[in-house]
Design a protein around this ligand. Sequence first.
Ligand code: ATP
Ligand code: MG
Length: 251
Amino acid sequence: MIEFINVSKRFDNGVLGLNNVNLKVEDGEFVAIIGLSGAGKSTLLRSVNRLNDITEGDIKINGVSITNASAREVRQMRRNIGMVFQQFNLVKKNTVQKNVLTGRLGYYNWFQTLLGLFSKEDYERTENALERVNLSDKLKVRSSSLSGGQQQRVSIARTIVQEAEIILADEPVASLDPITSHTVMGDFKKLNEEMNRTILINIHSIDLARQYASRIVGMRAGEIVFDGPTHEATDERLSEIYGASIFDDQE
Ligand SMILES: Nc1ncnc2c1ncn2[C@@H]1O[C@H](COP(=O)(O)OP(=O)(O)OP(=O)(O)O)[C@@H](O)[C@H]1O
Ligand SMILES: [Mg+2]
């Protein structure tokens, strides 16, 4: 479970990225976070695993405060939180296999990491994860030779081997064409339904949010201005909150 309690984030330049956010995400939910550019979606997501620190309030993961955790505890907690980015964040010159294996690094010490000593189980985990995202044939291929959609699915496979219960995805389909976007969103849905992963995804497309998520959180100026099950996020309701501009740019 992820819990935001009266969370605010003021950046060094004075901008209020989050303004008194209260949010509770239960295990196994699939939550889409929507809102116009600058609304605070990335700030919210990055606060969950402390990629950015908050300035007020508390964030708890399974009842444990990550806000007050030591560096060592944060490292432990991050094992349980996978992250997927718009730009995939793979090491392009490395094979798909190696990129997926790095999802296991949180389980090794620096010395093992240095030597690249992965266990037989981890090689098996890697193959199984690639099977789940339909990329078994790419195991030994250099990541730079993959399409954008395939690279994103490799980064999803990386979170699978990480065995993280929570997956954060910041605009994971923003660089992909519409058809590939559906494949990738389908992979998130599979992780959610078949592996009971909790998914938090920032997304510009309202249509994709409504098709795949079970709950929609709407942000504006650092605040949560909508929070409800997908069927309540109707065009009428969203345009009341945002005006028509929220539907611009939709496929
Ligand atoms: N490192 C930073 N320093 C100062 N201000 C920042 C920083 N990061 C974000 N902000 C500001 O905080 C606000 C929220 O930004 P954030 O990136 O969370 O928005 P977003 O909803 O993810 O937007 P987008 O849809 O464009 O990705 C914006 O006003 C932004 O300019
Ligand atoms: Mg963003």
